[in-house]
Design a protein around this ligand. Structure first.
Ligand code: FCB
Length: 460
């Protein structure tokens, strides 16, 4: 059976995703205030190689060339985020006009090129000024965030239709407020649960605000999702551990949004989130999104681990399992995205799913001015094939965005893992389209790909 882009249907959105701190650079240009990532990246031993995003891909200055490249690659949807402290240097209050101008230029040029802008309001870069007041652990964040959303919709909502409220709340609260490995580097259960509850309230409140200001916008929010399996498939303790980890990683944010509450039944410790609940919060946590953004990279194998605090479970890394893996030590397992889509589809309240991130970091081989990234190419083809399998079974998936357009600052891993369809030489800022990028452009032109019985893609 062969397939082309057309098999996904006419309205299917094909795109690429990026995030402000990972690509923009210009960390203090034109009145931008510092974000928690500017601060965190400067702390000792927080980021691999001591890297930071001061310059990153210099997208702030090179956006026109980069958008032109997206156009040349036949990509018609571009997902990017707004740096909160670029437009509101102190988080709330005075607006930085030059910051607004920058995003206006990006949006206008996208539209001129026929590229649909999809904006993520919050992709992890809280203004440092707000972190000084407790950041996501302070309930006031709902007010600060609303101020930011209001500013974005009033300035950009006349031209931008697609909005995503938060990017992966589980990751920025878990890594940033529980494990301390992402900005702002806080640790502990209390800060995590407070941050999680406030983020969950903001995701719904943000949705309500966008709709009230611009009724015709399409509003979504994005979630990280890893398909979970028990390490020893018939071991009851591993099975039970898998259910707990699934509640934490995959259900904590999406279920309250849909009125299902926090998954406390499966993970008792989450009952402590009630400490942060105010009257009527259950209602305030709910919002009917137009679409949900699914972000999937891998599956996780979970084992019972009695010594692990709170969940008594641990994830067995891919490197310990002798399986094909990426530079992030994430297992390559294409059916994971198929399972993820089925799972989301089983929630009645989800109207539409868009894969807002999927992709992989590998060592790319540079030869004769070309970048040969056969593993990424295979990864993308195989995952897209799984999306099609799901779609053919009636799953309401209506978009797919590759993470990411170009190699960029990969948070705590710095510039080591390269995820891009486009290679970036960070010394010269030269862009080179990788083979995977060339393939994606061809695919988007509608070239036929073949798929065998196991769901793997090949070309005639
Ligand atoms: C996701 C993030 C994105 C990028 C990819 C690899 O969790 O949303 O910014 O770092 O992982």
């Amino acid at each position: 059976m062969g397939f082309t882009k057309d098999d996904f249907g006419e309205g299917f959105a094909w795109g690429v995703s990026t995030a402000a701190y990972q690509v923009e650079g210009a960390h203090n240009a034109d009145g931008k205030g510092p974000s928690i990532w500017d601060t965190f990246a400067k702390r000792k031993r927080k980021i691999m190689g001591g890297h930071h995003g001061d310059t990153a891909c210099d997208f702030y200055n090179r956006y026109a060339d980069d958008l032109a490249l997206i156009y040349e690659m036949n990509i018609s949807n571009y997902r990017f985020s707004i740096s909160w402290s670029r437009i509101l240097p102190h988080g709330i209050g005075a607006v930085n006009k030059k910051g607004i101008d920058f995003y206006n230029r990006v949006i206008d040029f996208c539209l001129e090129l026929g590229i649909e802008p999809w904006i993520t309001l919050y992709h992890w870069d809280l203004p440092e000024a707000l972190q000084q007041k407790g950041g996501w652990t302070n309930r006031e964040v709902i007010h600060w965030f609303s101020y930011f959303v209001d500013c974005c919709i009033k300035n950009f909502g006349d031209r931008v239709k697609y909005w995503m409220v938060l990017n992966e709340p589980m990751v920025f609260t878990g890594a940033g407020y529980f494990l301390g490995v992402h900005a702002p580097g806080k640790k502990g259960l209390s800060s995590f649960l407070a941050a999680a509850h406030h983020a969950a309230l903001c995701q719904a409140e943000g949705g309500r605000m966008i709709k009230s200001l611009r009724n015709h916008s399409k509003v979504g929010t994005t979630f990280s999702y890893s398909h979970i399996e028990p390490f020893r498939s018939t071991n009851e303790k591993d099975i039970a551990a898998g259910i707990k980890v699934d509640a934490l990683l995959n259900r904590l944010f999406i279920e309250p949004l849909m009125g299902l509450g926090y998954p406390t039944k499966e993970l008792k410790i989450l009952e402590r989130i009630e400490r942060y609940m105010h009257p009527h919060d259950e209602k305030k946590l709910q919002f009917d999104m137009d679409f949900v953004g699914l972000q999937n990279y891998t599956r996780e194998m979970v084992a019972y681990a009695p010594l692990m605090p709170f969940v008594k479970a641990k994830i067995i890394k891919a490197s310990q399992r002798n399986v094909t893996r990426t530079l992030m030590d994430w297992e390559v397992h294409p059916p994971c995205i198929y399972h993820a889509l089925h799972r989301y589809n089983s929630y009645d309240k989800i109207k539409e799913i868009v894969v807002t991130e999927n992709g992989a970091a590998f060592h790319d081989i540079q030869e004769n001015g070309m970048v040969n990234d056969a593993e990424r190419l295979q990864y993308l083809q195989d995952h897209i094939a799984q999306v099609l399998l799901a779609k053919r079974e009636g799953i309401k998936v209506n978009g797919y965005f590759v993470w990411t357009l170009m190699d960029n600052f990969e948070w705590a891993e710095g510039y080591y893992p390269r995820f891009g369809l486009v290679h970036v030489d960070f010394a010269t800022q030269k862009r080179t389209v990788k083979n995977s990028g060339k393939w994606y452009s061809e695919f988007l032109k509608n070239t036929t790909a073949m798929i065998n019985e196991e769901g793997r893609v090949f070309y005639k």
